[in-house]
Ligand binder design. Sequence first.
Ligand code: F6R
Length: 593
Amino acid sequence: MCGIIAYIGNRKTTDVLLKGLYALEYRGYDSAGVALSDSQTTKIIRSVGRVSELEEKIKKEGNFSSMYGIAHTRWATNGEANLQNAHPHKVGQVTLVHNGIIENADILRKNLEGCGYIFQSNTDSEVAAALLDSLLRESDTLTALTKMKEELTGSYAFAIMIENDSNLYAIRKDSPLLIGVGDKEFFLASDITAIIEYTNQYFLLEPTEIAVLAKEEYKVYEEKQIITKELLTSESSGIDQQKNGYDHYMLKEIMEEPKVLKNLIDRYQDQEKQQELDLSNYQKIDIVACGSAMYAGMIGQSLIEKYADIQVNVFSASEYRYKKKFYDCNTLIMLISQSGETADTIAAMREAKKDGIETLGIVNNPDSTIARECDRIILTEAGVEIAVATTKAYILQVCVLALMSYVTATKKNLFDLRAGMDDFIKIPSLLENVLENQDEYKRIAAQLQDKESCFYIGRGIDYAICLEGSLKLKEVSYIHSEAYQAGELKHGTISLVEQDMPILCVITEKELKEKSISNLKETEARGAKGIIITTTKLDDFNNYLKIVVPTTTELTQSILVVPALQLLSYYVALNRGCDIDKPKNLAKSVTVE
Ligand code: F6R
């Protein structure tokens, strides 16, 4: 999603901005731009497409000696992805880049048009620039920025330059923005990875504050008074841009799964450390997340309910924030997020905290909003994920939830401690076997690559696995795919089943095997072609294309099945020539509602 980097200091501004934009690329974007200033003149260069195209344009423009600059990668929200809508936007004396969505942009636009402003783009960001320009006509900069904050509704992080003024300004609300502090050089960034090469010292700007970055110093104002901000130190090692010989980050990150799983499982072998995972104090858990993180939550729901005997509901964060809540006195709100910056998940967390309900985050990014604000936090420590489609971070979310079920069940005397942990310890090497099976995935991918549509079906936990398998396929290969509860298909949706349509049937639960097979047969009777995903123990499927993974316990089985589906999706996308690491329309970190 949109990314911001801004710089003031003695380095070559374009170098810092471009490097920052490259570091932000993994978040997903469709256009990019920079604005450079020598404090009198502002030069704006924008391009649609990749940062490398912007870099080419900057080179062609020749040398422009700038003292500071702002830059942006845009993921279209208001207005299509074209040059006019790309950031930075300049109106009058104001040039800015913006992350977020201004909800009252239409009303403001009308008012500003009434005052003579003519807009070049369809963006809410240009409206914000015009608003600030109009406010600057009647007041000093700090007053104008304060009024701007009062007039805007919605979410925003702005990096701002003003003509004939040698400072950079920043304000934000509900969109991440941090200030990086170096030695006589300062940065604004939506993500620490954009600046970690230069400094690991940073602070976060609060919605009530205004940051002013000058060449030698920075100031933060709250109600026009200068305040002191405590510096934080990021542990981030930045983005490992190496693909280690793999063609794509997605493949590299899938192949890293055994290693990151081992690290996680080793960490939680320590019984004292395991207490972090204990849920036995809660009678009800609401898991709130988006996309794959929510599907990981659904696997967690099955396991926690079954083994730890706690009622669990799973909600998509975008729905949860607007629904009536039924909190009990012992309710836990569990937020799951790779980025820790997903806007809806953050909103749900803040609401729960406002209501005095305990929050626990399962998060990958340790510098994120959710990691900072949750009452309790479990870091998955998968390392940075560059491929837009999540793989290793998702698997670690599932593993944390499985470990939680196990630890809680043990605490409640519902489970045998020794046997359980041994099963986890075996998982990384079993997963290595699953990942070695690449020819099998390629063979099945060849059967899927020319299809327009398919279904994933399963029951119980297998349905949750199907949701993730199906999402992965559509994300990276653009084949239409739906995950369905196997028994539900015949209640309407089976009308879509056609001759030769692939139906991928996930069967890992012995008790549900025959039921799911009956449902698969119902589709085969209508011409569909079944593909089975199962375990060595349940495999007696002689006449099917199939993926068979080693049998483990129910607690850990999905950790072996989903990576096989990830690889299958990868090879389908590869054969279709898709842009696997940056699928169209997608963003890595969804920072708008
Ligand atoms: C799918 C995917 C998304 C994310 C979702 C939540 O491959 O990556 O569905 O899982 O956008 O993102 P986080 O986990 O960062 O909150």
